[in-house]
Write a new protein. Structure first.
Length: 256
């Protein structure tokens, strides 16, 4: 049985400029609810830039300008009435380098939930923290040391803590920008396993420079080159019979 392809995010004709430099050129791409989308392509091709348009993180970069249209469940996220703080809770982000706050494990996860008013009592907050840590596959490792600093965890645990922090504010989409590039192979495998477990509950887009990882974790792959979306589609198809010459060159290692 094949899953219906429900689009969670629809990007149409998106261009991004840093001052005079155009980093993304007229990209149209949907992010599915049920299928993980991987962004691949050589360094500097615009993967992170495009990912950041999906929750308006480029707004925080001076001189960055976004054109085109991005809809989340049909709503234009660049509309003037859009609450960007709320948007970034709905579309959470996990970065390359794990970046826990210098606070306790508990506080790292509770912080956003409290700010967004997701728990009315201490018991409710405890439950949010436990659920987020459980979904991030970290609960059993930290349940007896919730007061320890988040920064004292291993790199892989820190990254799962950052995923728990994103999950705690009840997101609909999780964006990951090379979430394993600072991790060892075992911690990487744990995150990849987690992506499988989270699929379907959250729409997921992941940037990776590792093509094997894209093949393992995603069902849809989007290949970017010099700011353009060269091709995208079913992951297995893209890696075995790419339509475009540039894709073929990239996946066969002719440039990187
Ligand atoms: N904050 C920024 N300010 C100015 N230019 C940027 C910024 N971030 C990225 N760029 C430029 O945009 C292009 C795409 O970069 P990026 O999105 O980081 O690519 P990737 O993630 O694929 O490596 C590059 O030319 C890069 O130099
Ligand atoms: Mg990048």
């Amino acid at each position: 049985m094949t899953l219906p392809n429900r689009s969670k995010i629809e990007a149409k004709g998106v261009s991004v400029f840093y001052g005079d430099n155009q980093a993304i050129r007229d990209v149209s791409l949907n992010i599915d609810q049920d299928r993980v989308t991987a962004f691949i392509g050589p360094s500097g091709c615009g993967k992170s830039t495009f990912l950041r348009t999906l929750n308006r993180m480029n707004d925080t970069i001076a001189g960055a300008r976004v054109e085109g249209e991005i809809r989340l469940d049909g709503d234009d996220i660049y509309a003037s009435g859009m609450d960007v703080v709320e948007l970034r809770a709905r579309v959470g982000m996990v970065f390359q380098k794990p970046n826990p706050f210098p606070k306790s494990i508990y506080e790292n996860v509770a912080y956003g939930a409290r700010i967004h008013g997701l728990a009315r009592s201490r018991e409710a907050l405890d439950a949010v923290v436990e659920q987020a840590l459980t979904r991030a596959g970290l609960w059993n490792e930290v349940k007896d040391r919730l007061k320890d600093s988040g920064t004292a965890l291993s790199g892989g645990q820190q990254q799962r803590l950052c995923i728990a922090r994103a999950i705690a504010v009840d997101p609909e989409v999780i964006l990951m920008d090379e979430p394993c590039s600072a991790l060892d192979p075992i911690a990487t495998a744990r995150i990849e396993e987690l992506i499988h477990e989270l699929r379907g509950r959250y729409a997921i887009a992941i940037v990776t420079h590792n093509m094997q990882q894209a093949a393992r974790v995603s069902q849809v792959t989007a290949f970017f080159h010099m700011g353009q979306l060269v091709e995208h589609g079913d992951t297995a198809q893209l890696f075995t019979s790419p339509r475009e010459e540039r894709t073929k060159d990239y996946i066969t290692g002719r440039y990187g």
